[in-house]
Design a protein around this ligand. Sequence first.
Ligand code: SF4
Length: 326
Amino acid sequence: MTYPGDAEFGFELVTCRWAERAWPPDRETDAVPVVARQLGTQRRRWDTVVVEADPDALDARAQFGERALDSDLLHIVRNAPAEWAWYRDALPDPGYPWRYVRAAVHRADDRGVVGTRRRGNRIEIRRIAPYPDWVRRIVAVENKPDLDASAARALADQLDHDVHTALADEVWVATAATGATVEPALLEDLPVEAGVLALDFAGPEATVAWHPATLDPTSDTSMPADEKADKRLEIAERAYGSGWRSYVETMRSDCRWFELRDRADAFVPWCVAKSCHQTAAACSGSCPEFQPEPPAWRTRGWPIEGGPGKGIERLLAARRERRRRR
Ligand code: SF4
């Protein structure tokens, strides 16, 4: 079987599903892979991100809810004291006006990730629990099912940037296995620090065609080490919050032609009208073939609110939640 569809999107979903089940491909670990897609920085967005999480600390992270904590909320939950204190005494100077911190404290309180109380006109905070050190490693994977010479050239600069910035601990390229003794990807001009994974969707199984170098995110590069530490945690939080199945939230699952099909153990969107695995970009509000689910679908056989599209969203959300709980 080849990768599903004519788009990298389907390949990416299968890669994510494989990583969720089998990461890492080259060593033993008790780390739990938290997998997400299309995350990174303003400058660089990775196709697949694998956060290798400490199992116990990942469980402890659950106390802070299933949604990602953004940088403002992280500032609060990581510094909130065990005993009540005025938030300005308790938190380090943020480097921006305190009124923004105060707004974030209210947001943190609404989310239940910090305790607050009022003493006169002062707001005091107290942590609900220590924020756990749950992120062990962050791995970036670029998905290129057909890694020919021109795709490799386009990718080489991006991988070079990743290697030199060292925001991730490892950088990989995932490509579709060809069965050749030497995977064609190895013959292309990629940085030697990037690993190469050949994915065979019959399993799905992956073979390490080239081992990556371990990068050092604690080093100062084009991005200072402390800035990297903050960015890494923000990326990990976003991975935790979104997972890789959140693609459905940007697609028209409420279209009568939208289906999920099992491909290599991953649910991959299928468009009945076009008879193909559609991309997320094509399956949007501007799709000329879009047709809403018939109202009858929402009353017959779909007793909970919404039609099959809502059912699909619930199914994927439930799977995402199950992964968080290991
Ligand atoms: S017809 Fe368009 S909107 Fe509907 S499932 Fe297909 S691609 Fe998505």
